[in-house]
Ligand binder design. Structure first.
Ligand code: ZN
Length: 191
């Protein structure tokens, strides 16, 4: 799926320019995966592309961390014709709720939309493992870590995307006098 990034640009899920991220850091790229998953046919294609990698892994269940992983996780599970469950934060801790039960040793594929540091995937894996599941692999549409994120199980992403970020005082776009935009609002930063 080499055209994933092109599709992300077309849907507005990947913006290029000069952005203020929610962290306050500046970046020439901004990613909002939800926009690439608005149409079920697109989500189904990405899910199918992930599922194809795991046909021989004996995956019994796909699990995703809410909210970001829900759409792509469901699409992947639908392609594999296995069940889909999710973990979610309760008082800040990723937990398995809603009556979802795992069999001891049940083979689980964890799926997310974007892996940045791998934090939410690792937390999802811990919640699944803590309930008896055996996480055999983790996957995402986008890898923003340059392949570095280590989640403790084999990992695969459809595409790798470098999203550099800078403190505002060393931002090269700021140095060029380019206006910084805060995605999701119409606010234009004064820096
Ligand atoms: Zn900047």
């Amino acid at each position: 799926m080499t055209d994933v990034l092109q599709e992300f640009k077309q849907s507005g899920a990947l913006l290029e320019g000069h952005f203020v991220l929610s962290s306050g850091l500046h970046s020439p790229r901004y990613l909002q995966c939800a926009l690439a998953l608005q149409y079920p046919a697109d989500a189904a294609r990405y899910g199918h592309a992930i599922a194809e990698k795991y046909l021989d892994e004996g995956v019994e269940t796909v699990a995703s961390p809410a909210i970001g992983g829900l759409v792509i996780g469901y699409a992947t599970a639908a392609s594999m014709n296995v069940r889909f469950i999710w973990t979610e934060r309760q008082n800040g801790e990723m937990t398995l709720r809603r009556g979802f039960k795992l069999r001891e040793g049940e083979r689980i594929l964890v799926v997310e939309d974007v892996i940045t540091t791998g934090g939410s995937t690792r937390e999802c894996i811990a919640a699944i493992s803590g309930n008896g599941g055996k996480v055999v692999a983790a996957s995402s549409i986008i890898d923003r870590s340059n392949g570095i994120a280590d989640v403790g199980v084999p990992r695969f992403s459809l595409v790798s995307l470098d999203v550099p970020s800078y403190e505002p005082d060393v931002c090269p776009m700021c140095a060029q006098g380019i206006e910084a935009i805060k995605p999701g609002s119409r606010t234009v930063s004064s820096v």
